[in-house]
Ligand binder design. Sequence first.
Ligand SMILES: [Fe+2]
Length: 333
Amino acid sequence: MLRQSITGTILVADDQAPNRELLEELLTPHGCKVVTVPDGAAALEELTRTRFDLVLLDVMMPHLNGFEVCEKIKNNPDTYLIPVIMITALSDKQDRIEGIKAGADDFLTRPLDRTELLARVRSLLKLKQRTDELERAESVLFSLARSIEGKDPYTHGHCERLSDYSTRLGEHLGLSEDQLIALRRAGIVHDVGKIAVPDAILLKPGSLTADEWKLIREHPTVGERICAPLKSFRFVLPIIRHHHEKFDGSGYPDGLRGQDIPITARVLQVVDVYDALTTDRPYKKAFSITDALQTMKQEVEKGWWDAHVFAAFERLVGSRTADFLSRGAAAGQ
Ligand SMILES: [Fe+2]
C-alpha cells in the first residue's frame, strides 16, 4: 500500500545533511520530486523559484528558523496555500504551540516514523491537489473578468488597481484576513456580470436609454450568480452584489443603506470611484488627486459614500505609504 505513488514537488529544509538525505530517500521512491536546502533563507529563496506542493521544515536552522520560515510562507499570498509540516523534537509541546501560531498544517516528530511520514505527506498533497483545482476555477473567473475589462481600453488595469487599493484600505481599516482576501478577489471579479451586457451598450459613448440602464444595473446580481458556486468566494459575493449600493439607499440592486451595506463593499466603492476619477475616460480627462478627493468629498456629503471609509482613504492617500495611489492618477497633486 505504501508503494502507492504520491505525486508532488516537496521542499525539505534542514541544516543536517543526513536528515535531508533521509527524507529524500524516503519520499523519492514514492513519486515525489524532492528539493533540499540547508537553511531557512535558502528555503524562502527556493520558494520564489519553484512551485512547491508541500514544505517540510526542521525547527532549528541557521539564519531563519523553521517557525520564521513557516510564518513567512503563510503570510505571503503567493505561497500561503502550500501546506507546511514542521519536524519537531519528540513530544516538545512548546514547539508545537509555536508551530501552530506560525500557521503550520501538521507536525512530525523525530525520530521519523516512515509510515507516519508517508501518510501525512500523502494526505497534505491530496489537500493541495484540491486547492489547486479550486485555484484553477478561480483563475477561469479572473480571466473572464479581465477579458471584460479588456473590451474597454479606458479601463485598462482598473481591476488590478482596485484589488491593490482596496486591500490596502481594508488593512488600514483593520479588516480581517478573510475580508482582505475577499477584497483582493473582488477587485478583479466585481464586474464579471457585465458579460451579460452587450458591447454596444457597454461601450456606448452617448447617454443610455432607460432599458439599457436596466440591463447595466443587473450586472451585480449576474456577477453574484456566476461566482456563487465557488465556496471560497462566499465573502466575495456580498461585495459583487452590493458594489453599486449608495450610503443613502439610492443605489442598486437592493437599495441598502448605511451600515447594512457590507463594509467590504463600501471599501471597494471608495477606491472604485477614486480610480474612475483619476484615470482618463472617453468623456473626461483624469482628475488630479486633489480634485478627485474634493469630488469624492462632495459625493460623501450628498450621502453616496461612507464618510468613515472615505476619511480613512483620505488619510491613506495623505500618508507616505500611499505612493501606489498616484500610479494611475494624473500628474499634479
Ligand atoms: Fe460595477
